[in-house]
Design a protein around this ligand. Structure first.
Ligand SMILES: [Zn+2]
Ligand SMILES: [Zn+2]
Length: 355
């Protein structure tokens, strides 16, 4: 390991018992072979973190307590582990890191689909913030291969949103959004508010966001074409009315709500594509099957963000993804409990903890 500027211990938000995070002093991780050590600057908390903290995946995410969560973060490289000389990274680089790099050896990793690594459940496989120590702490060690540099034009706060934005880039690629396309995004949480922008960057010219409340104002502020408040109007008939009765070319579900699957399928045109992002927490959906065949609909699942970080960072640097309205909910580590409460009450689009 090269000379480090890291101290021996660090402050962290610790999950010592399910239900709450407490402040703790922990050893600073040592970067192993192929790893870099980073000083974390900003770390977001998402719905998955909420479920992890409340014990929804206990025994798997995390495998045991105590544990450090956090997988949506940015920071700066402070030390290099053995074998990182030719990674293109060096101390002082501002970076973001993917949650996992895949095993690199299974058929899906070799095909570039490392989000679907076949060995993900084997002991020793690290899914950072889920099965291996996360970044809601002052320092984090990560494989250099999963770490990407940020340009000066992408702030630390914006960097903490790269993880979620990259998921929407992967979704746009998987759905193969075409120039001039029409799109509906269900669920204007952070994911949806990024998805609407990435859909436009991918060429969509009509982007309709379905949701409720103040987040629809944020959707408009971020440049969507129209919004539908599902508490006031039926999303399917509104979307059809805006598309000459045909339905949109693409629907992206960012709501994680199993109840809306039928609406998604009825909002898309014949031959169109419905992409489902994120998890529902084990929910089961009921929906009519015949339209899938009769209208030749494409129904896609989207997981994580393989090979999508570099393009996502370029979209942010280019201004195609505006993160300013999405990074207003900031907390320092001493107030991590309030950040968590803001996540639970949905009063924050994304609570960001500054470390
Ligand atoms: Zn997340
Ligand atoms: Zn693999």
């Amino acid at each position: 390991m090269t000379a480090t500027t890291a101290p021996r211990t660090m402050r962290a938000a610790l999950l010592a018992e399910f239900g709450r995070l407490t402040l703790a002093e922990l050893p600073v991780p040592q970067p192993g072979p192929g790893e870099v050590l980073c000083r974390v600057r900003a770390c977001g908390m998402c719905g998955t973190d909420l479920k992890i903290v409340n014990g929804g995946f206990a025994g798997t995410w995390p495998p045991s307590l105590p544990f450090v969560i956090g997988h949506e973060w940015s920071g700066v490289v402070v030390a290099m582990g053995p074998g990182t000389e030719r990674t293109g990274l060096s101390p002082g680089d501002r970076v973001v890191a993917e949650n996992h790099a895949g095993c690199g050896a299974c058929p899906l990793c070799r095909a570039g689909r490392y989000n679907l690594c076949e060995r993900v459940r084997e002991p020793g496989f690290k899914l950072y913030g889920h099965t291996a120590q996360g970044a809601l702490a002052q320092y984090a060690a990560r494989p250099a291969v999963a770490t990407h540099k940020l340009p000066d034009s992408v702030s630390d706060l914006a960097g903490a949103l790269v993880n979620q934005a990259a998921l929407t880039v992967h979704a746009a690629r998987r759905a193969a959004v075409t120039p001039g396309a029409s799109v509906a995004v269900f669920g204007p949480g952070l994911l949806g508010l990024l998805m609407q922008q990435v859909a436009r960057a991918a060429g969509a010219t009509q982007v309709i966001v379905v949701g409720r409340g103040a987040r629809l104002d944020t959707a408009l502020e971020l440049g969507c074409s129209a919004v539908v408040d599902y508490e006031r109007a039926d999303p399917v008939s509104e979307i059809r009315a805006m598309t000459e009765g045909r339905g949109v070319d693409y629907v992206f579900d960012c709501s994680g709500n199993a109840e809306v699957v039928e609406q998604l399928l009825r909002s898309v045109r014949r031959g169109g594509t419905v992409a489902m992002l994120g998890l529902t927490g084990g929910a089961v959906a009921r929906f009519p099957l015949d339209p899938l065949a009769l209208d030749e609909l494409n129904l896609l699942g989207v997981r994580s963000s393989p090979n999508a970080y570099p393009a996502t960072i370029r979209l942010m640097a280019d201004g195609a993804i505006d993160t300013d309205p999405l990074t207003r909910d900031q907390f320092d580590l001493d107030h991590v409990g309030e950040a968590f409460a803001a996540l639970e009450s949905r009063s924050a689009i994304r609570p960001l903890v500054l470390l």
